[in-house]
Design a protein around this ligand. Structure first.
Ligand code: SAH
Length: 390
């Protein structure tokens, strides 16, 4: 987007000057229409054997959609830089602004970088394990405009932190919470265990599909809220709820899908491995005055096995696992529980195809296959597959 000359020359999508080095937006050399065709073809290639693939739901304005922005901090030629890791390396590509990230978040990250020298704060050096600021994570509720800033440091000393935060808030009065996270281990994970709230409540809230959600630093929350409303809307429509169902929301995160579906169901059970997300989910039930939902912190597979052993009744199963997909333990118990419908949402059509093979060999048939473009300009495809029991 920054590099207009290139854009004009190519006459294609909005290429940015970091295209090659960053590697985040793999499809930038295509127009948005071409990207959607590419994703359709990818979905058909992996899932077409299970049934007809519906037209992909694209985004009207496919820019600056990311509500969560992460920047790594380091040095280049003696100067502090912030940006993204060059694809498959740990070299930081300095990025000032990005066409898919929230502009507000980019501005905050830039100002944090500019503030560091004044406070004699350094950035982290991955090779020596020394230095102060390692990452900055910004999350913004697009509907509420609540903003969380997480300062991830390599050390457990933060001199003049009150002054630093005060000055940051003077520049960005709309920040609603600032969290200090310490990550001193050699790891590619961004966040460490220890967290201290320096300002505000330590979480933000956002509104999605008419419900309010509390989001912590470590909890998963869909990064494209505009498309998430469409994704959840379709997933719940495909479940054909009548109000009598017992729903199981597996890999539920902060409880979003289950809570949105809860108005149309008798009862909802959610399971999630991340304890901070489960805490958020329980709070979200209270926040929305929802009484027919309960959340459990457990491995989805183990929980499913226990449910199957207890011969629990489940009418509709929503499952939204991470990129690696589900596991046989989970799928086997899903088949034993035999819900009428399974609505499988996935951000990885390859692992989804593998799991669908299992389900389709064991009594299920795909009814609707609906791709949704959650990540414009990247090669990631999100897809909902609704299955019914034969
Ligand atoms: N449905 C939610 C979250 C989807 S992301 C939403 O739409 O926001 C996948 C979630 O699965 C993450 O929250 C992750 O913490 C969780 N997860 C990963 N492995 C898991 C497992 N083995 N058991 C249960 N949850 C798991």
């Amino acid at each position: 987007m920054k590099n207009n000359k290139t854009t004009q020359k190519r006459g294609k999508g909005n290429s940015c000057s970091f295209y090659k080095k960053c590697g985040g937006c793999q499809l930038q050399n295509m127009t948005y229409e071409e990207q959607l065709s590419f994703k359709m073809a990818k979905t058909i290639k992996h899932l077409g054997r299970f049934g007809h693939v519906e037209e992909i739901i694209g985004m009207e304005k496919p820019y600056h959609y990311r509500n969560k922005v992460q920047a790594a901090f380091g040095y280049s030629r003696g100067r502090i830089i912030s940006g993204v890791y060059q694809s498959s390396s740990h070299n930081i590509v300095p990025v000032e602004s990005c066409m898919i990230e929230d502009k507000k978040a980019d501005g905050i990250i830039r100002d944090i970088r500019l503030l560091l020298p004044k406070y004699k704060l350094t950035s982290y050096n991955e090779d020596t394990g020394r230095g102060f600021l390692r990452h900055v994570l910004v999350k913004r509720g697009f509907a509420t405009n609540e903003i969380m800033v997480v300062l991830v440091t390599g050390t457990n000393i933060f001199p003049k932190k009150e002054d630093f935060v005060r000055e940051l808030l003077e520049k960005h009065g709309d920040i609603t919470t600032v969290i200090w996270n310490i990550n001193s281990s050699k790891t590619s994970l961004v966040l460490g265990e220890k967290e201290t709230v320096l300002y505000g409540r330590g979480y933000i809230t956002d509104i999605l599909c008419g419900k309010r959600f509390r989001i912590s630093a470590k909890s998963f929350y869909q990064i494209n809220p505009v498309q998430t409303e469409k994704l959840y809307g379709k997933a719940i429509e495909f479940a054909r709820l009548t109000g009598r169902e017992r729903i199981f929301d597996a890999y539920c995160g902060i409880g979003t899908i289950g809570l949105v579906a809860s108005d149309k169901a008798k009862e909802v059970i959610g399971v999630e491995l991340n304890s901070q997300a489960v805490k958020d989910a329980k709070n979200n039930a209270k926040l929305n005055g929802t009484e027919n939902i309960s959340f459990y912190c457990d491995d989805a597979g183990d929980f499913m096995v226990a449910m199957a052993e207890e011969r629990e009744r489940v009418d509709v199963l929503f499952m939204d696992p991470p990129r690696a997909g589900s596991d046989v333990k989970f799928l086997k118990s899903a088949v034993t529980l035999a819900p009428k419908r399974i609505v499988y949402i996935s951000c990885n059509v390859e692992t989804q195809a593998r799991d669908l093979s299992y389900l389709c060999k064991n009594g299920y048939r795909a009814e609707i296959i609906q791709p949704v473009d959650m990540f414009p300009h990247t090669n990631h495809v999100e897809c909902i597959v609704s299955l019914y029991k034969k």
